[in-house]
Design a protein around this ligand. Structure first.
Ligand code: AKG
Ligand code: FE2
Length: 222
């Protein structure tokens, strides 16, 4: 596959992959999913109840239909509502910084935290967070931070039914639990895009689902 052959930012994905892995594995409070297919970690109580609620309220203010790179194609692909928070908001900054510190990635490599809200019937179909470097959008993304190496995603509420994060290749379906932070390496230990990270936000059946996501690049993101 061309993505694999070209693999821009491979060395950086490999280097950052190694440092974050070592840091997370050294922390006894962090759980690693028992699979060889992808490096996926979970942290319980990363956010407290008040912090989760504060984000839920912020998401209700900023959420609008989600945008992806190829908007015609994705009309039914990511049906949740999403929005970026005000980067200067001290609360958002402090949580963003807490995630940076946990992973040990340079704050400048992080994209702004994004919030998402799914209502019943809404979902995010199976996808990879890493960029397909043979696509048109890569021409821009390579100039503003390059490949997405790690993802951090927090559940902010209890969902009545549905709305799991399903790692399709790994075969793990994670039920939303408020305050839990999921972290995964989008690359293999060799720095290549990892097909094993394919994942979905399964449809919400009852209730609502709120999450926040922070993606990290291999270089400074502006
Ligand atoms: O909502 C989920 O469970 C998945 C969200 C996701 O995959 C993303 O934001 O990239
Ligand atoms: Fe994703």
């Amino acid at each position: 596959m061309t993505t694999r052959l070209k693999a821009p930012d491979r060395e950086a994905c490999k280097r950052i992959g190694r440092s974050v892995r070592q840091r997370l594995e050294a922390d006894p409070g962090i759980y690693k999913l028992p699979t060889d297919q992808a490096e996926i970690f979970a942290v319980g109580d990363f956010l407290n109840a008040a912090e989760c609620q504060r984000f839920v309220d912020l998401i209700d203010k900023v959420a609008r239909p989600s945008e992806l790179h190829d908007s015609a194609y994705v009309a039914k692909f990511r049906t949740s509502y999403s929005g970026n928070f005000d980067r200067e908001d001290p609360f958002v900054r402090s949580i963003s910084r807490r995630i940076d510190d946990l992973l040990g990635i340079e704050p400048e490599n992080g994209e702004p935290i994004q919030g998402q809200r799914y209502l019943p019937g809404q979902e995010f179909k199976p996808h990879n967070d890493w960029f397909y470097t043979d696509q048109e959008y890569w021409n821009l993304e390579k100039t503003r931070g390059g490949q997405r190496c790690w993802t951090a995603m927090a559940f902010l509420n209890t969902v009545e039914e549905g709305g799991h994060t399903h790692f399709v290749e790994v075969g793990a379906s994670i039920e939303p639990k408020p305050g839990v932070l999921l972290i995964w390496n989008n690359a293999t230990p060799d720095g290549l895009p990892n097909e094993g990270t394919l994942h979905a936000g399964t449809p919400v059946i009852a209730g609502e689902k709120y999450v926040l996501t922070k993606w990290y690049r291999t270089r400074r993101h502006d």
